[in-house]
Design a protein. Structure first.
Length: 320
């Protein structure tokens, strides 16, 4: 009986013919199936030369300047710069290269990437079940899934309204974890009666996210694109503090909450740490913690449009 399958090549090595533009040793390229690959060999290859491409393994690559990488971050290859970055570009042909094997500081020039590996999220707002409760009297606030994003909107009705998306699944506060998000403000409203909160909490609230007993949020007030941050673990409360970073209208920004040390949660916006002189804490929290996107307004006719394209938690047994 003939074999049903015969190994023709190790799965993580591919042989191709070098294109007219040639290949450099160690060059990062994208395969036709979307995966990343690294050109093997010690010498540059010219057109027609056979080339061996590696599609797995840990590689040290150049890192985009002035951005922090956290262990387990999904990294993208910036073709124009020839560097790896945790920030997903809205335009261009950047592609996922793998996950970071270790933290890399803003000043670091390289990062070690596990090629073609993807994060394994404990909770993913776009994969796992969620709960939404809309508060209204006669208006039309909405929570709508639009392709790869969730849009939470308020109508121009002078009434108290609330929209939220809360993960059903939760994580305990006894293990280290990292929270990731990608959000955008398409309508910040015309009155301070509007509040926007993005992050983690032990519960939601019908009218006031500030009344949630345990949580850590990036926060925005109506009329202002200033991104603030706050935390409350039932014992220590850090009031909403300006990160000095402003959201750009209709533009997504990436954020991280490094909760590997609950006594000193580190916050990042677009790969840059913010408010490093403040101590955000959840060490006294009892949890468990859930993902929460929450917008609210008091009796005012301000509108709002908040988009979420990614929110997830990944847990680890490795502290920072």
């Amino acid at each position: 009986m003939s074999a049903e399958a015969v190994l023709s090549k190790d799965a993580d090595t591919i042989d191709v013919s070098t294109p007219a533009a040639g290949y450099s040793s160690g060059e990062v390229i994208q395969l036709t199936d979307g995966r990343a690959a690294v050109v093997l060999g010690l010498q540059a290859l010219v057109s027609g030369d056979p080339a061996a491409l590696k599609t797995s393994g840990q590689f040290t690559v150049a890192k985009t300047a002035n951005v922090v990488v956290l262990e387990g971050d999904l990294l993208y290859w910036d073709r124009s710069a020839g560097t790896a970055t945790p920030l997903k570009a809205a335009a261009g042909a950047d592609f996922a290269i793998g996950v970071a094997v270790a933290d890399a500081t803003a000043a670091a020039t390289t990062v070690v990437v596990d090629l073609n590996v993807k994060p394994n999220y404990t909770i993913d707002l776009f994969r796992d079940p969620t709960e939404t409760v809309i508060v209204l009297t006669s208006g039309t606030p909405t929570v709508v899934h639009r392709g790869g994003s969730i849009a939470m909107t308020f109508s121009a009705t002078a009434e108290a309204q609330k929209c939220d998306v809360l993960s059903v699944h939760s994580v305990p506060v006894t293990i280290p974890f990292i929270v990731e998000g990608r959000s955008a403000i398409y309508d910040i409203g015309d009155d301070g009666a509007l509040d926007i909160n993005l992050g983690i909490a032990n519960a939601t609230h019908a009218t006031d996210a500030d009344s949630i007993t345990e949580g850590c949020f990036f926060h925005l007030d109506g009329t202002a694109l200033s991104i603030l941050a706050e935390s409350d673990d039932g014992t220590t409360e850090v009031a909403a503090t300006d990160t000095t970073v402003d959201a750009v209208d209709d533009t997504y920004f990436d954020w991280r909450m490094d909760c590997r040390d609950l006594e000193d949660i580190k916050l990042y916006i677009n790969g840059v740490r913010v408010l490093d002189d403040s101590t955000f804490k959840l060490d006294a929290a009892t949890g468990p913690m859930k993902l929460l996107a929450h917008i609210e307004k008091t009796a005012n006719d301000t509108t709002a449009d908040v988009r979420v394209a990614h929110m997830a938690i990944r847990c680890t047994d490795l502290a920072s």
